[in-house]
Write a protein that binds this ligand. Structure first.
Ligand SMILES: [Fe+2]
Ligand SMILES: [Fe+2]
Length: 282
């Protein structure tokens, strides 16, 4: 049995930063407390992107300092709020492939964890270039040859959530789907962050899960809804993936579970999202 912790959307600023009334460093410290108290025996911990909120060097330094409290192996992915070069200049022992992307794989017995870099400078949406897709294809082939199942972790969700975030989730998801299907690998789980909401479902036949992260969470806002999408203080949440042979189960641990609704004025772009395109997408 293997245990993998996945945290996403840490959104750290320099120490003491408060945004939307939330101090993400205080929240992240609570996550680390709970991991050490309850899941200290985990085999792996993956940070699935949006590590910093505005890619400040001080935010990455704070992150690197804080995560030393964990003793299990750790990997860091980047998201749309991150800047690859600023991260690389301010981190220790990054996960890097031969082409300079922040991605890699880690074998845990019967399971290969593949962590795919969907971040692209200047883009809010996730991008997978031919180099990244070909790297992924190699990882999947190697897993198949060893009869391993694959858990794929990526920042940007490839599946449609039928929410406004679909406008800036993974671009051209069909390219990823083709690589996954052509590989013939067993892929019992694709996990993403980015959308700040817990969802589960199936995409092209592959099971998909998203986790709410360390910053605010959002309520479902489905086609046809008008008015303001609610944003909440919690849950702040990480996922725990349990793998054994051909089994894979996801648990959700909420380390902050006081789900106070945040003032609508903090999130003006979340009003009438199906009727208006927000400024950051124009
Ligand atoms: Fe995020
Ligand atoms: Fe994101």
């Amino acid at each position: 049995m293997k245990k993998i912790i996945v945290l996403s959307d840490i959104h750290l600023g320099p120490s003491g930063t408060v945004k939307f009334g939330l101090d993400t460093a205080v929240r992240f410290a609570r996550a680390l407390d709970d991991i050490n108290k309850l899941y200290g025996d985990a085999d792996l911990c993956v940070f699935a992107g949006d590590i910093a909120d505005e890619a400040n060097p001080a935010a990455y330094q704070l992150f690197e300092d804080m995560r030393t409290r964990l003793s299990m192996p750790q990997y860091v992915l980047l998201g749309n709020h991150d800047d690859r070069q600023v991260y690389l200049d301010n981190c220790k022992a990054p996960m890097l492939d031969v082409d300079g992307f922040v991605q890699g794989a880690h074998d845990l017995g019967d399971t290969r964890i593949v962590m795919l870099d969907s971040s692209e400078p200047g883009h809010v949406e996730g991008i997978l270039c031919p180099k990244r897709l070909s790297w992924l294809s190699e990882q999947l082939s190697a897993a198949k040859a060893k009869n391993q199942q694959v858990v794929l972790i990526i920042h940007h969700n490839p599946q449609k959530l039928f929410m406004p975030v679909d406008r800036y989730s993974l671009a051209e998801p069909d390219m990823l789907l083709s690589v996954l299907k052509e590989s013939g690998a067993r892929i019992p789980l694709i996990m993403a962050g980015h959308c700040h909401i817990t969802t589960a479902g199936s995409w092209g036949g592959f099971p998909v899960v998203t986790i709410s992260g360390n910053q605010h969470s959002v309520a479902p806002f489905l086609p046809g809804m008008t008015g303001q999408q609610a944003c909440y203080e919690g849950p702040a949440q990480f996922g725990i993936i349990m793998c054994e042979e051909e089994n894979c189960t996801v648990h959700f641990h909420s380390y902050i579970n006081r789900n106070v609704e945040l003032p609508a004025a903090m999130f003006p772009w979340k009003k009438d999202q199906w009727q208006k395109v927000p400024d950051f997408l124009q």
